[in-house]
Design a protein around this ligand. Structure first.
Ligand code: SF4
Ligand code: SF4
Length: 247
C-alpha cells in the first residue's frame, strides 16, 4: 500500500513519544553534555598518532615517511623529518617526525592518511569536543597532542586494533627470524674465513719429489717418462759434446 512505510514510521514515533514517559529504554536522546552516548566503533573524527610503550614521543610508530602529508587532499598535515634515527617496534633504526602537525580546522576526516600509512602509525580518533576560542593555534594539533597509546586505539576501535596487532606481531616474528638467519650466516662466514686463514690451513704442503722435477722440463709431445727422468743429465752431455767439438 502506498505510504505504508510513512504510517509505520509515525506509529513508531508516537509509541516512543508516549512510552518514554514510562519506559527509559524508549528515550532516544540524552541530556548532553551531562550525559554522553558512547560512540559507535567505526565512528571517526580527526587523526591521531599511535605510540607503543609508555613514552608518547619515543614510542611513536611514525617514521616520517611523509606519504600521508603528500596524499592528504586539503594538505593539512605538516611533517619535518628528524636528522637522527631511533629504533622502531622491531628494533630497526628509523627516522621519526621532528615536527608533526595536523590542522584540524582544515581536516575533512576522509581517513586517506590512515589508508596510505604503511606503518599503522596514524588512526582516526573519536574525540569531537575540540571547540576552542583560539581559532588558529587551538586547532593546530602538534605531535605531543596527537600522540595516543595503542591501548587507547584498542579501546576505541577494538576490532580494527586487534587485526593491526596480529599483523604487526607476525611482521615482528618474520623480522626476528630474518635477523637471526642473517646473524647465523655472518657467524658461519666468519668461522669459514678464520678456518682458511688458520696456521694449519696455510701451512704449505710438501709436493712429491717427482712433481718438483717434472715442471722444470718443457713438455715434449710424445716424450716418454723415461726421457723425462733423464732430462737433468742432458746439459752435461751437451756441454761435453761442445767441449769435444774441434775448434
Ligand atoms: S583525515 Fe583526510 S583531511 Fe584529515 S588529515 Fe587525514 S588525509 Fe588529511
Ligand atoms: S603517519 Fe604514516 S604515512 Fe604519515 S609520515 Fe608517519 S609513517 Fe609516514
Amino acid at each position: 500500500m502506498l505510504g505504508a512505510g510513512i504510517i509505520k514510521g509515525l506509529v513508531e514515533t508516537a509509541r516512543n513519544f508516549a512510552g518514554s514517559y514510562t519506559n527509559e529504554e524508549r528515550l532516544v536522546t540524552v541530556e548532553y553534555p551531562d550525559e554522553k552516548l558512547p560512540p559507535k566503533e567505526n565512528a571517526r573524527n580527526f587523526p591521531f598518532l599511535v605510540f607503543d610503550g609508555n613514552d608518547p614521543l619515543a614510542g611513536l610508530r611514525c617514521v616520517a615517511c611523509q606519504i600521508c602529508e603528500k596524499e592528504c587532499p586539503p594538505q593539512c598535515i605538516y611533517i619535518e623529518k628528524s636528522k637522527d634515527k631511533k629504533p622502531d617496534y622491531i628494533g630497526k633504526p628509523q627516522f621519526y617526525p621532528a615536527i608533526f602537525d595536523i590542522d584540524v580546522s582544515v581536516c575533512m576526516s576522509c581517513q586517506i592518511c590512515v589508508e596510505v600509512c604503511p606503518f599503522e602509525a596514524i588512526k582516526m580518533d573519536q574525540e569531537f569536543e575540540l571547540s576552542t576560542t583560539d581559532r588558529f593555534e587551538g586547532l593546530l594539533l602538534h605531535k605531543d597532542r596527537l600522540a595516543r597509546s595503542n591501548e587507547y586505539y584498542r579501546k576505541i576501535h577494538p576490532t580494527e586494533a586487534a587485526e593491526v596487532d596480529r599483523r604487526l606481531a607476525e611482521e615482528k616474528i618474520k623480522a626476528e627470524a630474518k635477523a637471526k638467519a642473517a646473524a647465523d650466516a655472518k657467524v658461519k662466514a666468519a668461522a669459514t674465513a678464520a678456518g682458511i686463514s688458520s696456521p694449519t690451513a696455510s701451512k704449505p704442503v710438501p709436493a712429491p719429489a717427482t712433481a718438483s722435477v717434472a715442471p722444470t722440463k718443457p713438455a715434449e709431445a710424445g716424450s716418454s717418462p723415461a726421457e723425462t727422468k733423464a732430462w737433468p743429465e742432458t746439459p752435461t752431455s751437451v756441454s761435453a759434446t761442445s767441449a769435444a767439438k774441434p775448434v
